[in-house]
Write a protein that binds this ligand. Sequence first.
Ligand SMILES: [Zn+2]
Length: 378
Amino acid sequence: MSALELAQSLIKIKSISPEDGGCFELIETELSPLGFQIERIPELNCETLLAKYGDSGKVFCYLGHTDVVPSGPEEEWTSNPFEANVIDGELIGRGAADMKASVAAFVQSVKNFLSDNPIPNFQIWIMLTSNEEGEPADGKINTLMDSLTKQNQFIDYCLVGEASSSDNVGDVLRVGRRGSLSGRLKLIGKQGHVAYPQKVLSPILEIGPIINELNQVIWDEGNEQFDSTSFQISNIDSGTGATNVVPGHLNMHFNFRFSPESSQESLKERFIQILEKSKCSFEIDWTLNAQPYLTKKTEFLSIIQTALKMINGKEAIIDNGGGTSDGRWVSPSGSEVIELGPRNQTIHKIDEKISLADLALLQEIYQQILVETNNQAS
Ligand SMILES: [Zn+2]
């Protein structure tokens, strides 16, 4: 199967997180004949595939996922999101950019590379999860990473195939990601009749100045590698439904995307200080979704930049913006983690797509990265 055929076959499988839906079987069928040793590791409600080639030298691991987010209303798509049609040179479908085409491009690049270099001086791993996009409660690759660490199995270079590129394939790399800290606030006032303001404490009126202050705080200035920490509110609700009742409580969901210049402790402390200015009492449930991470070593970075210079004629810029990725589970063991994948304009949107030219270019870049790794690894 070519990269395009594999990408199309994968898109036709409706693998909404945490379901793999048979994507791993297709990929195994491509990798087994090349000599990969393949394991399937069940997690809570998802699965991880780990394919390994070679047994000596540095470990190069491509990290990706086969799950996708829901399509949204299918009738709004130019072409059905699970038919994988090519229209005017563009492959349309859920997962075209995030990230089934990237997986297909990598598989093809490995096939080409191994046919020229059957005995590379490094090991090639492919690690795929069926729950990158979904809820942590369904399982994530962190349990597999923990067991690899216990067995002293170390990934030297980790290439995450997420859609990092902006205007052209290979123009942007990520070498780190900001952390993510979420909270659910319950602000507790005193319910009563709207006509008796002295007898009530309105959490709605109390939250006004608090939101204003939260919106104006400069949590940190960021640093050379990271944007400053940002604060957003995603949901807010209160009220009994009656027009003559002041409600007794208010719920608010919020999130920090934080640079390494802040910590979860420092953010919690400042948030609570602001809350304490209110007359209401409060409860907060915190969830740390991800710690920030940064790859400081530059060996793998220089391999990738050399490959990009060769194919694109120039190096990529480094930008650590965007959400978090599964790279956060690999980075703590000391691996060099770099994200390089398709353009990200259409990810998670209606009419997600990748052009056939981009798919071919991405495959060429991945192949050149394998060639450069072989040149430099020892
Ligand atoms: Zn993704």
